[in-house]
Design a binder for this molecule. Structure first.
Ligand code: ATP
Ligand code: MG
Length: 571
């Protein structure tokens, strides 16, 4: 490809709405342009990288025995009503009506459509296992689309769905996909981890997220420093040290804490350790129950663990009026003593002796508070979020904390959809049994963005070879110099004939501009063709990742480049 006839609208400045590196760089390197919030056009340079990731995904899916299909994006409401998700899914589901007033949605995921296809085409256990996948545009009306391709509303996803006769078969399908995902993200040049993930209320039995490690990641994950345990903080457990409940030594007493509401303010004012405070969170479940949840002052409540314990979908923190209605006090002074509702508490709260809590009265806290003596907890459970430094739940190691970008998700679905939609097969005994399903997603654009988060510097992108839009860039310092043009064109042809993907910078631009663009767009290998080098019979080769520079003889350069590209592709 010749840059003189290519569309590569590079930008000096990042757009104002771009907060993270990959968003800035995908815009600046002319990869994407915004059409609306979270909705983008992929320009030629960006699309090439997207297609590279798709190709890697296709190869690994086929290797794992999955078959490619392409499902509709516009899906009739009836299918979603059958699964029950038409009512459940909420505002991320974009609903539309056609000219006959029939209802549809833009599918954010395809469990319903694929289950409908399989129930109509697969009748016998002999046709199993089967795994169908697609690479297709999804739409989710995200509340906060941001970060460019990272969290779009319209985005490209690979989604695969496995169907098995029984749990053992489904486990094997899951294992195959898990392995395929390891291969895919390794081949994309990513530093990633598979972490245990919450299965929510889908009722699945297991789920892993594939997390690319990056400070800009929206997820928090923990991993053990000495074993393989790694989990999303949403579900991460920690080792519980055996504790003993010591005797109370203090009387319960109300003390003045004028205007002190937060844990830090109260702890400082009363000169106590924040770990002595009992934080009281007043919540309402989606079924309307109001209750109090207690965690140690220096810990955070994990709402997902709380939902699991309560068997609900969501909990809401009470607003100011709700808090006052329950405690008689403004926000910041709630406590369990004398509170008239169900009280749940994190395991650690049981061991707090002579602690501090809100006094359910403005500007007052209780000191000398002792669980059991001063209030009753209905149930102690693991309700806090794991933190760096917590003990690993599997071994004697210590948990470390990371930020991660979720690029893939594998999920054992069980029979949730097959039962709701009556997708059954006849087993060996001739009995109808529901199919056991798994689903497996990869965000294609998010993977490209995550790769850029991990591979860039102050000057721009540093593409890993397997997903680079082009493998080699030939920069002609002065294309008007006939010798330069001829030597550059010759190398360009040699490389193209060998199947190397080459971009030839034959633009009539100053060398400074060309080098700036080259660094920005991050093609792994750059060859500079200039008059002075040619006189010495050499090209200059520059490696974008290492900054390494070398001079190669004109007749040796093509072979060297072909070998180097292949070496980097092999990883
Ligand atoms: P998130 O928690 O980030 O919203 P999710 O759990 O909703 O993700 P899944 O439903 O598991 O995501 O979708 C499968 C994959 O699709 C994700 O692992 C991610 O890579 C990608 N993905 C999901 N939402 C988006 C989005 N809004 N923009 C780009 N990619 C996305
Ligand atoms: Mg989501």
């Amino acid at each position: 490809m010749r840059l003189s006839s290519y569309l590569l609208p590079t930008l000096k400045e990042s757009p104002a709405d771009a907060e993270i590196t990959s968003h800035k760089l995908t815009m600046r390197a002319g990869m994407i342009r915004k059409a609306a919030a979270g909705i983008y056009t992929y320009l030629p340079f960006g699309l090439r990288s997207v297609r590279k990731v798709e190709q890697i995904v296709r190869e690994e899916m086929e290797k794992a025995g999955a078959l490619e299909v392409l499902m509709p994006m516009v899906v009739p409401a009836e299918l979603w009503q059958e699964s029950g998700r038409w009512e459940q899914y909420g505002k991320e589901l974009l609903r539309l009506t056609d000219r006959k007033n029939s209802e549809f949605c833009l599918s954010p995921t395809h469990e319903e459509v694929i289950t409908d296809v399989v129930r109509g085409t697969v009748r016998s256990y002999r046709q199993l296992p089967i795994n169908l996948y697609q690479i297709q545009t999804k739409f989710r009306d995200e509340i906060r689309p941001r970060f460019g391709l990272m969290r779009g509303r319209e985005f490209i996803m690979k989604d695969a769905y496995s169907f098995d006769l029984d749990d053992a078969g489904a486990d094997a399908s899951y294992e195959r996909m898990f392995q395929a995902y390891q291969n895919i993200f390794r081949r994309c040049g990513l530093d990633f981890r598979a972490v245990e993930a919450d299965t929510g209320n889908i009722g699945g039995t297991a789920s892993h997220e594939f997390m690319v490690l990056a400070d800009s990641g929206e997820d928090a994950i923990v991993s053990c420093d000495s074993c393989a345990y790694a989990a999303n903080v949403e579900k991460a457990q920690m080792r519980t040290e055996p504790g003993t409940v010591a005797e109370a030594t203090q009387e319960l007493r109300l003390v003045d804490t004028p205007g002190r509401r937060s844990v830090e303010e109260v702890a400082q004012f009363l000169a106590v350790d924040p770990a002595c405070l009992i934080k009281t969170l007043l919540v309402q479940t989606d079924s309307g129950e109001r209750l109090a949840v207690l965690v140690r002052g220096d810990r955070e409540l994990n709402e997902i663990k709380l939902c699991r314990l309560l068997g609900c979908n969501e909990v809401f923190m009470l607003d100011d009026d709700g808090v006052t209605a329950m405690t008689g006090a403004p926000v910041g002074f709630a406590g369990p003593v004398g509170l008239d509702c169900r009280i749940l508490a994190d395991l650690e709260v049981e061991f707090i002796r002579d602690g501090v809590t809100g006094g359910n009265c403005a500007d007052r806290h209780y000191m000398g508070v002792n669980p059991g003596r001063d209030f009753t907890v209905e149930q102690y459970a693991d309700l806090r979020s794991a933190e760096a430094g917590d003990g690993c739940p599997r071994c004697n190691g210590t948990l470390q904390m990371w930020r991660g970008i979720e690029v893939g998700h594998v999920f054992k679905l069980g029979t949730k959809y097959s039962e709701a939609m009556k997708a059954t097969v006849l087993n060996k005994e001739g009995r109808e049994v529901p199919l056991v399903m798994g689903c497996y997603g990869i965000g294609i654009g998010r993977t490209v963005a995550a790769a850029i988060e991990q591979h860039s510097d102050d000057n721009g992108i540093i593409f890993p070879m397997p997903i680079a839009p082009f493998q080699v860039l030939i920069t002609l310092l002065n294309p008007k110099d006939e010798a330069v043009l001829a030597a550059g064109e010759k190398l360009y042809d040699q490389l193209r004939r060998a199947g190397v993907e080459v971009l030839l910078d034959d633009r009539d631009e100053r060398p400074g501009k060309k080098f700036k663009d080259a660094d920005l767009i991050g093609i792994p290998i750059r060859v500079t063709v200039g008059g002075r080098g040619l006189k010495q019979g050499e090209f200059e080769v520059y490696m974008r990742a290492s900054g390494e520079q070398k001079m190669l003889a004109l007749d040796k350069t093509a072979t060297w480049l072909i070998d180097e590209v292949n070496r980097q592709l092999a990883g």
